[in-house]
Design a protein around this ligand. Sequence first.
Ligand SMILES: *Cc1c(COP(=O)(O)O)cnc(C)c1O
Length: 380
Amino acid sequence: MTGDGTRAVRAGLPAVEPYQPPMPPPVLAAHFHLPGDPAVAPFGYGRENNPTWVGLERAIAELESPAEPAEAVVFPSGMAAISAAVLALVKPGEAVVLPTDGYQLWPKLRERLESFGLLVHTAPTSGDAQLAALESAHRAAAPVRLLWLETPSNPGLDLCDIARLSAAAHARGALVAVDNSLATPLGQRPLQLGADLSVASGTKGLNGHGDVLLGYVASRQPALVDEVRRWRTTTGAIPGPMESWLVHRGLATLHLRVARQAENALAVARALADRPEVTGLRHPGLPTDRDHALAVRQMRAFGCVVSFTLPDLAHAERFLTALELVDDATSFGGVRSTAERRGRWGGDAVPAGFVRLSVGVEDPADLVADVRRALDVARG
Ligand SMILES: *Cc1c(COP(=O)(O)O)cnc(C)c1O
């Protein structure tokens, strides 16, 4: 099996052909010439399939599952992928177990799921709570169809044990989906660890350039992939060919970005660890992090996000304003460093001074100097 970089630069590309471009251009088509029986046509109508999606889907599947065949289905955003995975696979009267500290839109999605007759149990990512929730949900009347994990969680950076929870869920007849947005397929391979689905917002590290929204669902089980793909065709939540092409183009540098961003994030986390005004510092790559041992077991790179808390709202705002190389902006995973006071959205249970910092590919010495200087300014 080749290495990550060798795989990333060619993932999903067609075989080399004389006089053809190294990467096929985006195919902009609402419909394709379609003689005869549509059932045997690979491409007929643009809501059903598109060659540019196929290239990106093959690439994502190769990266998520290099050793065994897998398939991916792309969506126009992470939330479109997440809602497709749940709604395509869980029926009214069945139960799901969700993280309490997952992506901030989960509570709103949960309300929708409950209004459609799905039963929802919740548990925090950290500790054994998800295992306990799975067990107690299993004893309740409705069968648990799906256990949803988000590891590392955004923005708290707690980890859970994908292999252990997958085994426990499978023993009870439940599927497991892992939100792999933060780690990216190069940082973590949920399917190899036993999960049935790896779902992600490609808007973050996968695309990495802050210019496209995208999502995907990947699995080694064709029956699950077919359900999710049928859901996409029916609801029409399809990504644009141009967006899909841009994400595919960017995958050629994913291994470089993931490695550099993880290295930079660790350098920034180490600088923050020295400061008395910083509390609750989290980064899976820090040897002192409470989830570091698990991170070493199940992650291949520790991600670009560092989270921590400054004494209060005003202190955090002074820090964000003083930063020069880190933009005050949401999202994460991009080549340019960003940070935000996460409490401004109101959706996460975090202290007012909680900062989520996404580390880019800048020179680490410059970033560390900027963060140290901004901390000095903020302290006054
Ligand atoms: C951003 C994010 C999402 C939502 O993705 P969009 O592309 O913004 O729709 C879902 N899960 C996690 C962990 C995220 O960080």
